[in-house]
Design a binder for this molecule. Structure first.
Ligand SMILES: Nc1nc2c(ncn2[C@@H]2O[C@H](COP(=O)(O)OP(=O)(O)OP(=O)(O)O)[C@@H](O)[C@H]2O)c(=O)[nH]1
Ligand SMILES: [Mg+2]
Ligand SMILES: [Zn+2]
Length: 281
């Protein structure tokens, strides 16, 4: 019988079967020999007599952080304070989402913790992301966010302490997910959520995930602009990386203020990171 892996804890693979029951299964040697390591989100064929996973179906997408497959939407949870707001991380997650054919959605948390001045600074980023056609919600917009879950498989991602589990509890109090103390979750690198787990919310499946403190992308530098939608425009040279003035249309847009400085600077950082990765391999 077919099903979807909703949680993996050591050798136990919890599968939501198509008859709507949940079964604890194990992987079979054959799958291990084929070097397929099942992850949460995988569609699998289960032998319900032996309670083993016989087959892992081809994935439509696969993320390493959070470790999950076959998702429709990636909810980028970004705090405004503790941990501080980072357009660099949002831009990185947007690249990860687009390069895997996943719709990104941004959710901003902890707006109650910042001043009016800080709010208006963050509003500039929000406006630009909306201008790019990306949905941005504040975590208090519970009903709007809940609607996004309907008939979808969604994964939350973001730094530890950003408020991912709190957001899910806000949306469905019966989930009663464990949340961390801000002072504990930062500094000492304490992660409150330890496993990726798909939960049923509003007729969809949503994955609470452990946060992280750093995040790498493994992407060729010439491909970054493909997933940086506002940079994917004709330039003087087809292969232009938009890093040297010399008639570059993107640098021109940045100089004219059409592309914000911060967005451009994040792009340059990604190019530099890609250069470093090249030296390693
Ligand atoms: N003031 C304020 N605190 C919040 C908000 N959202 C979450 N928090 C607090 O932030 C802390 C961390 O929240 P969690 O939901 O555990 O964060 P997480 O993203 O799940 O963290 P990990 O599981 O470690 O990845 C908790 O103390 C929450 O109460 C918010 O909107 N406002
Ligand atoms: Mg959590
Ligand atoms: Zn250019």
């Amino acid at each position: 019988m077919k099903g979807r892996i909703i949680c993996i804890n050591a050798a136990i693979h919890k599968v939501l079967l198509e008859n709507n029951t949940i079964m604890d299964t194990k992987t079979r040697g054959k799958i291990r020999n084929e070097k397929i390591v099942p992850v949460v989100g995988d569609i699998v064929v289960v032998n319900t007599d032996t309670k083993t996973i016989e087959k892992v179906e081809t994935r439509k997408n696969y993320l390493e952080r959070p470790l999950i497959a076959n998702i429709d939407k990636l909810l980028i949870v970004m705090s405004t304070s503790i941990p501080s707001f980072s357009s660099y991380l949002i831009d990185k997650f947007l690249i990860i989402a687009y390069s895997n054919n996943i719709e990104p959605i941004i959710v901003i948390t902890k707006t109650d913790m910042i001043s009016m001045k800080e709010k208006s600074d963050i509003k500039k980023y929000i406006n630009y992301y909306r201008h790019l056609g990306i949905k941005v919600y504040i975590n208090t917009s519970v009903s709007k966010i809940k609607k996004e879950f309907s008939a979808s498989v969604v994964a939350l991602c973001g730094q530890t302490g950003a408020g991912k589990s709190s957001l899910l509890n806000r949306i469905d109090a019966s989930l009663s997910l464990k949340t961390g103390e801000v002072s504990e979750s930062l500094g000492r690198g304490k992660h409150t959520t330890r496993l990726v787990e798909l939960l049923e919310v509003n007729n969809g499946l949503i994955a609470d995930t452990p946060g992280f403190s750093s995040l790498d992308i493994n992407i060729d530098k010439k491909d970054i602009k493909k997933y940086y939608k506002d940079f994917n425009k004709p330039c003087k040279y087809r292969t232009c990386l938009h890093i040297k003035e010399d008639g570059c249309a993107i640098i021109d847009l940045k100089n004219k203020g059409k592309i914000p400085e911060w967005r451009y600077n994040n792009y340059i950082k990604f190019i530099e990171e890609a250069n470093k990765n090249k030296q390693v391999f």
